[in-house]
Write a protein that binds this ligand. Structure first.
Ligand SMILES: [Zn+2]
Length: 290
């Protein structure tokens, strides 16, 4: 699943390509791709794009008539220029056709979703999109929070840090990879209780969140299209058994990257720098998981 860096960089590309363009047609190619019926998605036809924005992992096409198309890519969704405009595009969900796109901007954009889940889609909303479904209930973007606000959001939960960071209702936009990388750079155990870390640890977590997200976003800005988080450089994510590269402010620590496997994801960590040298058992009820 794309995380906020991929979506943010794509949002910036789409802004360059679409700001000021007028929507001339909205095509629903796969019925399941439109998640709302009122207002109709067509309510944006004839309106101009004022901005393409992001909240969490959602994109927003904001039109100048108070209508917004909120887009979620889920696991395999992509939104790209669609010069062919074929009648039955492979994996096609929805298509937007614009007049007067800026120079070099594409006149048609296609939302596709690989796989069979059909969870990616579009919500048409009127008014402030952040105050209604599907954005209502999402936590703030963690990179917009100062230390006090960040500590209040994270420290309110008596749960493991790795899970708290990924809970979209607490802070939005972080996925498995960013959670692994942020906790590594902060030198914190993924299994530490979020409500029990001290002020110094919280400050490190806050700083590493800003740094890791910014570095990841900078990387995504060098690409032409939305990337996959697995293609991003990492220190621990997907590096099981490899030598630890060390934190940004240090060199290799001599340890190797360890994992704790779950059914749907894997937690990656460096024992030396994150768990006081302890290797955590895979059994998630282990008393060592602290
Ligand atoms: Zn290390």
């Amino acid at each position: 699943m794309p995380e906020m860096p991929e979506v943010q960089a794509h949002c910036e590309r789409m802004t360059v390509a679409l700001a000021g363009a007028t929507l001339s047609k909205f095509q629903l190619i796969n019925f399941a791709g439109l998640k709302t019926f009122d207002p109709p998605a067509d309510a944006a036809v004839g309106a101009r794009i004022v901005a393409v924005e992001r909240h969490g992992k959602y994109l927003m096409l904001r039109f100048d008539n108070d209508v917004t198309h909120v887009i979620h890519l889920m696991q395999g969704g992509r939104i790209r220029p669609d010069p062919k405009q074929s009648k039955k595009p492979r994996n096609g969900i929805t298509r937007w056709i614009f007049d007067d796109a800026p120079d070099g901007g594409a006149e048609a954009w296609l939302l596709t979703e690989a796989g069979t889940e059909r969870k990616a889609g579009v919500w048409a909303v009127r008014g402030e999109p952040r105050e209604q479904d599907p954005l209502l209930g999402l936590g703030p973007d963690p990179t917009t929070l100062d230390l006090d606000a960040f500590a209040a959001a994270i420290g309110a939960h008596s749960r493991r840090l790795h899970g708290v960071l990924r809970t979209q209702g607490i802070v939005s936009g972080l996925g498995r990879m960013l959670a692994n990388e942020i906790l590594f750079e902060a030198g914190l155990s993924p299994f530490a209780n979020a409500s029990k870390i001290d002020a110094d640890e919280m400050a490190r977590l806050h700083a590493s969140t800003q740094r890791v997200v910014e570095a990841a976003t900078e990387h995504e800005r060098t690409l032409d299209d939305i990337g996959k988080s697995v293609d991003r450089p990492s220190k621990v994510h997907n590096r099981a058994g490899e030598p630890c590269l060390g934190r940004a402010d240090a060199g290799p620590c001599g340890d190797t990257i360890h994992t704790v496997e779950y059914r749907k994801y894997t937690v990656y960590y460096c024992p030396t720098e994150q768990t006081g040298g302890r290797v955590l058992a895979d059994n998630t009820t282990s008393k060592f998981l602290k």
